[in-house]
Ligand binder design. Structure first.
Ligand SMILES: Cc1cc2nc3c(=O)[nH]c(=O)nc-3n(C[C@H](O)[C@H](O)[C@H](O)COP(=O)(O)OP(=O)(O)OC[C@H]3O[C@@H](n4cnc5c(N)ncnc54)[C@H](O)[C@@H]3O)c2cc1C
Length: 381
């Protein structure tokens, strides 16, 4: 089998890339280790930045997003028991859309399959080679048979644990990494959201995030240990902690409901340079991971995919290679800005050491300063 662009991974990065390439009439085949049902129900991110929502809508995969996505013009920062609203629309003229990553994935798979796109689900034993030649190769098993796919270009969109990055020779990439001494315990609950917008809550017991996925489903997070034992977290204990960390006297209370899903996600900042090796391009989480506090991961994956699709379109339509050559450099400029923002939000809102009283006061002073600065900018100061 041969195609112009072989894509490993049917997450947001791989699917957006395949979708955009098809609009430019560039052929691609997507290989995915999990089943279609699995990727379409995997609960992860849910905040689409203005540019991501606009790209999906403008390229014909935004119908459900327009109808079901929840437009939020701002967020709330909670600290010292008070909510402070940050109005993005007034500050920047832009808004965010709350729409689950798995819904984005469903829309993209539907678009690809209905236009004859090839996505092979449940592939196994994936390996890649010949990356420095003009015929990179992927070997894999599918439906019990050994298969081989050659391509002009290979896109590694296989997430942070995929094979594309880890198959490269030692020294090919420079790795930058930071781990945090905490993780997030996330739940999905059958409960109508109590507040209309997200709340990022700083609390002396640890950070909490109130968010939602739909008018009847709430998504909530609690700062926890990175290796937290979920069996120690009964539903009562989770709700009791959420109520305490999301308590703003005189305001609403977090609404409880049946917990549909629980999980622990570690917090990590990770990036590799460059995001290219021979004819392999790393896209999305395969190249960088940000702590979820800044809600940047899926948005970065989509912008990498957009950048690569443009470069490949230029190659096939005009024979130009300059955008392919500068792909890594252009993406990394944005990646490092997102890394800085995600690190800053994480450092500002989490307790690194519950015994560090100085750090607690410093964070509160910074939050107070931030609140006042944003109020000044509303007034044009
Ligand atoms: C557990 C988890 C929870 C998260 N929660 C949040 C959150 O709450 N909020 C937030 O803002 N962000 C969150 N993120 C980040 C966000 O979801 C990611 O940034 C986003 O999924 C990146 O998209 P991607 O397409 O690059 O990678 P992925 O979505 O990881 O997609 C990679 C795909 O490649 C497939 N794959 C893996 N190996 C192979 C292989 N060898 N061959 C073929 N296919 C392969 C995988 O099955 C997967 O479908 C979370 C990430 C993770 C991992």
């Amino acid at each position: 089998m041969h195609t112009q662009v072989a894509i490993l991974g049917a997450g947001p990065a791989g699917l957006v890339l395949s979708h955009l390439l098809s609009l430019h009439r560039v052929e691609s085949i997507v290989l995915e280790t999990k089943s279609r049902a699995y990727v379409e129900s995997r609960i992860r991110a849910g905040v689409l930045e203005h540019g991501t929502a606009q790209l999906l809508c403008e390229t014909g995969v935004g119908e459900r997003l327009k109808n079901q996505g929840m437009r939020h013009e701002g967020i709330n920062l909670g600290f010292s028991g008070v909510l402070h609203h940050i109005n993005f629309a007034q500050l920047t003229g832009k808004a965010i859309t709350v729409y689950g990553q798995h819904e984005v994935v469903k829309d993209l798979i539907a678009a690809r399959t209905s236009s004859g796109g090839q996505i092979l689900f449940e592939v196994a034993d994936v390996s890649i080679d010949a990356l420095s030649t003009n015929r990179p190769r992927v070997r894999f098993r599918h439906q019990g048979e050994n298969r081989e796919l050659t391509s002009d270009w290979l896109a590694g969109c296989d997430g942070s644990h995929g094979v594309s990055r880890t198959s490269l020779p030692p020294g090919a990439l420079r790795i930058f990494e930071k781990t945090y001494p905490f993780g997030w315990l996330g739940i999905l609950a059958e409960a109508a959201p109590s507040w209309e917008e997200l709340i990022y809550s700083h609390h002396e017991d640890g950070f909490a995030l109130f968010s939602m996925r739909s008018p009847s489903i709430t998504r909530l997070y609690l700062q926890c240990k990175p290796d937290e034992d979920l069996t120690k977290w009964t539903d009562e204990r989770i709700w009791e902690n959420l109520e305490r960390r999301l308590s703003f006297p005189g305001d609403k209370k977090v609404r409880q409901g049946r917990i549909l899903q629980k999980g622990v996600t570690a917090m990590r900042s990770f990036a590799v340079e460059p995001m290219q090796y021979g004819r392999l391009f790393l896209v999305g989480d395969a190249a960088h991971v940000v702590p979820a506090t800044g809600a940047k991961g899926m948005n970065l994956a989509v912008s990498d995919a957009w950048c690569l699709s443009r470069a490949l379109d230029n190659f096939y339509s005009e024979g130009r290679t300059d955008l392919l050559e500068s792909y890594s450099e252009r993406c990394l400029r944005r990646v490092w800005k997102a890394q800085r923002f995600s690190w800053w939000m994480t450092s500002l809102l989490h307790r690194f050491d519950v015994n560090d009283a100085f750090e607690l006061r410093r964070q509160l002073a910074e939050l107070d300063y931030l609140g006042r600065k944003l109020c000044w900018s509303f007034l044009g100061g």
